[in-house]
Ligand binder design. Structure first.
Ligand code: AMP
Ligand code: ZN
Length: 113
């Protein structure tokens, strides 16, 4: 999608600090980290949010979930980590391209803010 910042990161039009990449997804460090480790995993395909995931995206979504575990291992998050996907206004989604935050290397609190 032409004006989407995460699409531009996905196709390397905008530089990012890449942690992991394959043909379907890219993982990069968040610009404004909320934990000692804070990365974002995004599909290269433009999907606005979880609300826009279609049946045909099932394999892609499964691939993202399986790869999150691989990335967590690569980042040394053996003590645990949190995965967050903010969807829509109430969740304060600021970038309208589906993304999963992986946060780690500190104790998280619950409930989230
Ligand atoms: P959300 O509020 O869930 O939509 O999260 C969007 C996240 O994207 C925020 O944590 C931002 O810090 C992060 N972000 C926005 N632009 C960039 C960028 N160019 N590179 C890395 N992270 C970004
Ligand atoms: Zn996009």
């Amino acid at each position: 999608m032409a004006d989407c910042i995460f699409c531009k990161i996905g196709n390397h039009e905008i530089p990012s600090n890449v942690v992991y990449e394959d043909e379907k997804l890219i993982c990069f460090h968040d610009l404004d980290p909320q934990a000692p480790v804070h990365v974002l995993v995004i599909p290269k395909k433009h999907i606005e949010s979880l609300d826009d995931v279609k049946d045909e995206d099932g394999q892609l979504m499964g691939h993202i979930m399986v790869t999150i575990k691989v990335i967590a291992e690569k980042l040394g998050l053996e003590n645990g980590y949190r995965v967050v996907s903010n969807n829509g206004e109430d969740a304060f989604q600021t970038v309208k391209h589906l993304h999963f935050h992986i946060l780690g290397k500190r104790k998280m609190t619950w409930p989230p803010g």
